[in-house]
Structure formats: structure tokens, C-alpha cells
Design a protein around this ligand. Sequence first.
Ligand code: ATP
Length: 457
Amino acid sequence: MLENVTEYQGKATMEKITSLAKRRGFVFQSSEIYGGQSGAWDYGPLGIELKNRIAQNWWKEMTQIHDAIVGLDAAVLMHPRVWEASGHVENFTDPLVDCKQCKARFRADQIPEANLSVKKCPECGGELTDTRKFNLMFKTHIGAVEDASNTIYLRPETAQGIYVNYKNIIQSNRMKIPFGIAQIGKAFRNEIVTKNFIFRTCEFEQMEMQYFVKPGTDEEWFNEWKRRRWAYYEKIGVKMEHLRWHQHGPHELAHYAKDAYDIEYLFPMGWKELEGIHNRSCYDLTRHTEYSGKDLQYIDQDNHNERFIPYIIETSAGLTRTLLMVLCDAYDEEKVADKGNDDDWRRVLRFHPNLAPITVAVLPLMKKDGLAELAVAIRNELKEDFATDYDQSGAIGRRYRRQDEAGTPFCVTVDYESKENSTVTLRFRDSMEQVRVSRGALAERIRSEIKGYTRPA
Ligand code: ATP
């Protein structure tokens, strides 16, 4: 495991990632022409493909591969009582302090204790206000009249949509404990400080799975989900030495949690939470029973109709934060020549092929002599099975570099030989090696390369 951040620098920095993301159309600042909206970002053509791919990959892992997990897509707007029951109205707060002099605003738990105790601004040395609690939920009104009776919240987590539907899902899908419900969707938090690009934003997406288990088996399932989620990152090719566990101490535990671990990633700005795995005990369903008046006990028909409130093991990852992690993790700069100019270096995003926004780019060596037409035809053959791109402009070396920077794992080059014997060159992003493959065997070869992909050491 890397001990400090400096070993990581010189590779990915937030500046490099942010600028590449903008330049190549991964992520743009929201409302940029108006000076930008803090806490909100827009996903461009490559960004939305990457985000969709991460979401699909997670969805497959959590629903298709795991037995007994089903999906849900609940509304962002929920009955306001949900947030009273969940404890968010009362407890979902961050401690806030302001500097009276420079007007900077801080989360009190994120500035040095020494500054807090003497009320001294860490930026300008000015006087800080008292710490006050700030609720992170966005509040708005539903209907024509703006008063307290029609307050509604934008959900700050997707989990509650799952809890309030748990009985529906048991009944409609005949689920038996242990089982899980997975959901991907938007969540909103009025964060005090949004910085580090898309790491912490006010509008973001979560990928959450809630696993309902019998009390007494919760610790076992908690450990099992910790194991599975760790293994997942290995499967998608993340540098495992950039991941570590962080267990929440008693003062960090959320109001609902019996035990909680974060998987942290070594981002360019340091170790930060990527995903939380929480034992939420029977807190949520007990509270919803109380507040809704509905009986949310599980009836175990396989065990003499025994009744109990299930415990919940939650795996909660940020989709947009995972995208940032994937970008940082994939980022590489490699020296490929020694001519003493900028062309010596290539910038390459080493995405796992299952996550890459473009899987195959088809490039005619020349536009003329029918090579472009042949390349277009080959691209059309690949389109049904893969996310493809086509590029015929500029020197072939530059076109490879452009695809490297977009993280495209395979390039197919169509040359004069292709016309004669129906073969093409297949170029691999990571090794830059090229092999000759017959046109008819191309799709199958790419599929098998994806399946057997391992990241270079
Ligand atoms: P923090 O203490 O850093 O504010 P949290 O512990 O409250 O975060 P959780 O409520 O556990 O975070 O949220 C689960 C996951 O959702 C996080 O691991 C993170 O990936 C993602 N997430 C939470 N808040 C944000 C945000 N403001 N922007 C982007 N992703 C977020």
C-alpha cells in the first residue's frame, strides 16, 4: 500500500484530470457560459458513456451475478414523513463555521482542531463564528402555495426509496430473506464545501444495495458484503494498492449504524471515501413502522411464520465519485520515444474495456483508394456489438494518441493489405502491439480480448 500522496503525484493530479475531462468531453462545468454553478457538473459525450458503463457494470454485478437481488427505481420526491422517520430532518447535519473576515465557509470537522478551539480562520487568521448545525437536505415546495404544509425534500440518499418499498417487493416478487434490492439514482445534498471537481457535489448519483437479513446473521452478512465489494474493485481492474479500509469510530458512526466501513481510494488529493458498507441494524424499518403505522415485519413462512424486523446491510457507492476514481485510476503518462519533444509522451486512460466509453475505433490508413469506404463498412459490422468510433483525419500516429487519451482499448486499422486479403490490424492500447486479424474473426477476437483483459503491471 502506498503510504503517502507524493508517490502518486507526477501521474494524475486533479488539474490534469479536470482539464483532460473538459478537453475530451467527459465532464463540463454546469452552466459554464454563466460563470458556472458550483456543486453541479454536466457529463459530455465520453462522460455519459463512461458513467453509463460504470452503472451497467455495477448493476450486472449486483443483480445479474448475485442471486436474490432485484432492482428498483424509486422517485426522487418522497413523502416528507419519510425523512422524519429516517432521522434526516433531525440529524442529517454538518457543523458549519464562517470566517467573519474573509467570509470563507468551512465544515467544522474538516478544519484543524487548533483553529477551531481558538476560533481562528485557517485561511486568513480572521475570527470564526460559533459552530452551528446545518441541514444538508434541499427543501422545496410542492403545489402552488409555498408554506410549511407543502414542504418537500430532494432525497439525500436513494436508500429510503428502497425501505419504503420493501414490503411491495416481497409481495410482488415473492422474495425470501436474505435478499437485496439495488438502485441507482440521483441524490442531492446541500454540501457546505464542494471542491475537488466531481468528488463532492450537491447533485450526484448513488449506486446502493440494501440487503435484508435475519437479525443475528447480520454480522456474517456484513463481512460477506465487505468481501464482495472489495473483490468487485479487483474485478474492474482498479489498482488495489490504492484502496484501503477505514472503520468508523464511535464518533463517526451515523445515527442508524451498528457498524460501518468505508472503502477509501487514494485520489490525487489523498485517501478519501469511495463507498460505504454499513450495518444499519433494524433502525430504518423500525422507524418506518413507527411513523407509517404499517407492520413492516417479515413473516418467515419457512420457520413457523416467525416474525421479525430484518436487519439491513447496505453497500453505498457514489456513481459520479466512482467515475472520478476510474478516471484517476486509469490515468497514465508513458514515455514512448526519445526525440526530445512532446510527442515522446503519450497520455493514456487505461480503462477496463468493460468500462471504456469507446471500445473499438476504426481508422483507415488513408482516406483515398477505397480505404475509407472499407473502414466504414467494417465499423458498421462492429456497431451492433461494440461502442465504436471512426476517425479518418490526421496522421495515424496522432489518431492512435487521440484514442489512447479517450481510453479506447482497441483500434482497428484498415490498410492496403486489407483490400487484398480481408485482414486488418488490431492495435492494443496498453501495449501498443499490433496483430493482423481476418475481418471475419475480428468481433470474436475483440470479445475474447475483453474477457481475458488484465491491466498491465
Ligand atoms: P461524507 O461524510 O464524506 O459527507 P457520507 O459518509 O455522508 O460522506 P454516505 O452518506 O455514506 O457519505 O454516501 C455514500 C456514498 O455516496 C459515498 O461513499 C460517496 O461515494 C457518495 N457521496 C456522498 N455524498 C456525495 C457528494 N456530495 N457528492 C458525490 N458523491 C457523494
